[in-house]
Structure formats: C-alpha cells, structure tokens
Design a protein around this ligand. Structure first.
Ligand code: APR
Length: 229
C-alpha cells in the first residue's frame, strides 16, 4: 500500500526486550505505585526516590537490545512508499537503536535530562541526581525528561498533523488506557482512517482489524505484508 502510516506504540513493543510493561496484574510498576514515582508531586515530595527509580529504568533500557519488532518498524520507515510516523509512549530508545531515523517520543525519553528551572535539555548521565546543576542556567533542578501523570505530552501538534496525513493507524502493544494517546484511534476513525491493533491480547478498544500475538512475531509479519514480502 502507499500513503502515510501512523504507528502508536506502547510498552508491549519492548516487553520481549526484557522491559516490563506498566499494567501488570499486581498493579505495581517496578514495585512502586505510579503516584509515588511518576508525578510532579512525587518529585517535589521525594526527588531522590524518583531519581533512583528513573536511574534504574535508564540502566535497564541501556542493557536491553532492540527486538525483531523494533527492527521491523525501522525497516518499514525506511522502505515504505510514503511517510511512516513512529509515535511512541515508550521512553526507551530501542526503536532508534533498531535503526529508526525518526521517532516521536510523546512521553519523553530516558536518555534526556531536563532542567525544571529553564527547560534546557541535554543528554542524561546514567546516574542523575537532583542537585546536578543545569549546564545552561546552573540551577540544581535536574529531572528526567519524562512526561509524568498530570503533565502535557510532547509534540501534540506534530502528532495531529501526522494523523491527518495518514491512511492507516496501527496501535502496537499498548493497553489504550492513558489519554491522550488512548484517544488517537477514535480520532483516526473520525477522520475515516483504517485502524488496526497488534497486541499480545486485544485491548478491548474498537479497531477495524485486530491481530493477536507477541510483537516479535506479528509486527515483522505485518511489515513484510505491507512491504510486499
Ligand atoms: N507483544 C505485544 N504486546 C504485548 C506484549 C508482547 N510481547 N506484552 C504485553 N503486551 C501488551 C499488553 O497486552 C498491553 O496491552 O502491551 C500492553 C501494555 O500495556 P501498558 O502496560 O498499559 O503500557 P502502555 O499502554 O504503553 O502504557 C501507556 O502508561 O504509565 C503510563 O506513561 C506510561 O507510556 C505509559 C502509558
């Protein structure tokens, strides 16, 4: 097929690289409650805990390797006859390390640091601490460049434009419960765009087509179909 493809990925894409998804059955996230580590209030209350949590996630992501699904999506972006917008809720860089040239990280990225005082961004050290001074303004206000609950996701205008120019919307490995990403499939349907879900188990959302299975199997198979083998 030709025309734009909009891909929204979530934690399921990186699960087989060994990175845990968020909504495990015990309701905990790497043994923490989300509100203790992934909100601006948590950072204000206990910045050391939040930094330790993201230092751990950064180390896990660095040790993980891209899997066949990341590599297939990078290949799709490279070879498809039309734009392929890779929009991810994931904060790891496994799509980039799988070869993707352009990835829209709507929930931020572990590999970046952000100054809470002046909004300067720079490559994050593996171990980040709150008193680390910002290289631009010197304020001791270093935080992970992660969009926490209660904050506004990044690149929303770009995402809207990408959706409008696409003819196919594909959600991969996301539970579809966190807005605004959870609303993208509805928006796509409203624009008359075909919607697909690729997931280990169907999320329960409305899609024109649903394929179930592990990402490392169903994503490469779907990409091969799109690219014609
Ligand atoms: N292959 C494909 N899909 C998988 C696999 C796999 N191997 N393993 C799990 N999944 C699917 C699950 O079926 C589930 O639908 O991945 C999804 C993971 O859902 P969540 O844990 O809710 O992750 P996600 O949708 O990315 O969460 C969205 O929530 O906490 C926030 O900011 C965080 O970006 C995150 C957002």
């Amino acid at each position: 097929m030709s025309g734009g493809i909009f891909i929204l990925s979530g934690a399921g894409l990186s699960a087989e690289s060994g990175l845990r998804t968020f909504r495990a059955e015990d309701g905990l996230w790497e043994d923490h409650r989300v509100e203790d580590v992934a909100t601006p209030e948590a950072f204000a209350r206990d910045p050391e805990l939040v930094q330790r949590f993201y230092n751990m996630r950064r180390a896990q992501a660095a040790e993980a390797a891209p899997n066949a699904a990341h590599v297939a999506l990078a290949r799709l972006q490279e070879e498809h006859d039309g734009p392929v917008h890779l929009v991810t809720q994931n904060v790891d860089d496994l799509l980039e390390r799988g070869g993707a040239k352009e990835v829209i990280h709507m929930h931020g990225a572990l590999r970046d640091a952000l100054c809470a005082a002046c909004e300067h961004r720079w490559p994050a050290p593996m171990e980040m601490a709150v008193p680390d001074p910002c290289p631009a303004c010197g304020a001791p206000a270093t935080r992970p460049d992660i969009v926490w609950f209660g904050e506004i996701p990044y690149h929303m205008e770009r995402i809207q434009d990408a959706l409008e120019e696409s003819g196919l919307f594909v959600a991969i490995g996301t539970s579809g419960v966190v807005y605004p990403a959870a609303g993208f499939s509805q928006m796509a349907r409203a624009y008359g765009i075909k919607t697909m879900e690729l997931n280990l188990e169907a999320s329960g959302g409305r899609f024109d087509e649903i394929r179930e299975g592990p990402a490392t199997e169903i994503v490469p198979a779907w990409v091969a179909e799109i690219l014609g083998g």
